[in-house]
Write a protein that binds this ligand. Structure first.
Ligand SMILES: Cc1cc2nc3c(=O)[nH]c(=O)nc-3n(C[C@H](O)[C@H](O)[C@H](O)COP(=O)(O)O)c2cc1C
Length: 196
């Protein structure tokens, strides 16, 4: 009664959504990824800085270059996933700020002139957007398999540049056979929430 979102949508996004470790061969199309992005781009970030950048790994050659930077347990499922996305934070996001924050374009120089400040802001806000992205994948009726078990510096050198910090790699597709481990417990409300 307290949630206004349709119960079927609650299940799709959270209760029945799982982290997939196997996928069918069904391709994930450009149109699906665009629809996911065009939904989740509205998720909030500080100063509307939207520092998330997404690299879609589609070619077999690029997939091979990616897999070698992953922990062994993440390699086979990533090699077989229909689509893989590298999510990264753009540490030079401030260049777009005047366009993204038209009512306060001075924010670029007032708050983000220094690189270390931008790096910590980008890390937080791109991580938020990564979470929105995972939920967006679920909204498309697909499953996501996010991974941080990887060599981040190797990944950065292989696909990105000094201005981009990789956050995670996400396998995307329809879940295949034995796609998930048993659901692990979550902390209860009283273990997490305090009221002062
Ligand atoms: C940021 C992040 C990093 C993760 N890294 C890995 C990983 O490297 N390898 C892996 O097999 N699972 C990884 N996982 C999957 C988690 O273990 C999984 O999402 C969690 O246990 C919840 O599973 P469930 O959605 O099926 O309930 C990662 C998940 C997230 C969100």
């Amino acid at each position: 009664m307290s949630l206004v979102l349709d119960p079927a949508a609650q299940d799709l996004l959270f209760r029945e959504a799982r982290t997939a470790n196997t996928f069918t061969d069904e391709p994930v199309t450009e149109e699906q990824v665009q629809a996911i992005y065009d939904l989740v781009k509205f998720g909030p970030t500080a100063f509307n800085q939207t520092p998330l950048r997404i690299t879609l790994v589609r070619s077999a050659e690029a997939r091979e270059r990616l897999v070698k930077h992953l922990a062994e347990g993440n390699q086979a499922k990533t090699a077989a996933a229909p689509l893989v996305a590298i999510l990264s934070a753009d540490n030079e996001f401030h260049e777009e700020l005047p366009q993204l924050l038209p009512h306060f374009p001075q924010a670029k120089d007032m708050f983000f002139a220094e690189r270390p400040v931008r790096e910590s802001a980008a890390a937080l806000n791109a991580a938020l957007q990564a979470a929105y992205f995972i939920i967006g994948v679920r909204a498309a009726g697909l499953a996501a398999g996010p991974m941080t078990g990887l060599d981040f510096e190797g990944l950065r050198k292989e696909f990105l540049d000094d201005d981009h910090t990789p956050l995670m790699v996400v396998n995307i597709g329809r879940p295949g056979e034995d796609a998930w481990f048993p659901r692990s417990p979550r902390l209860a409300y009283d273990e997490v929430v305090t009221t002062v």
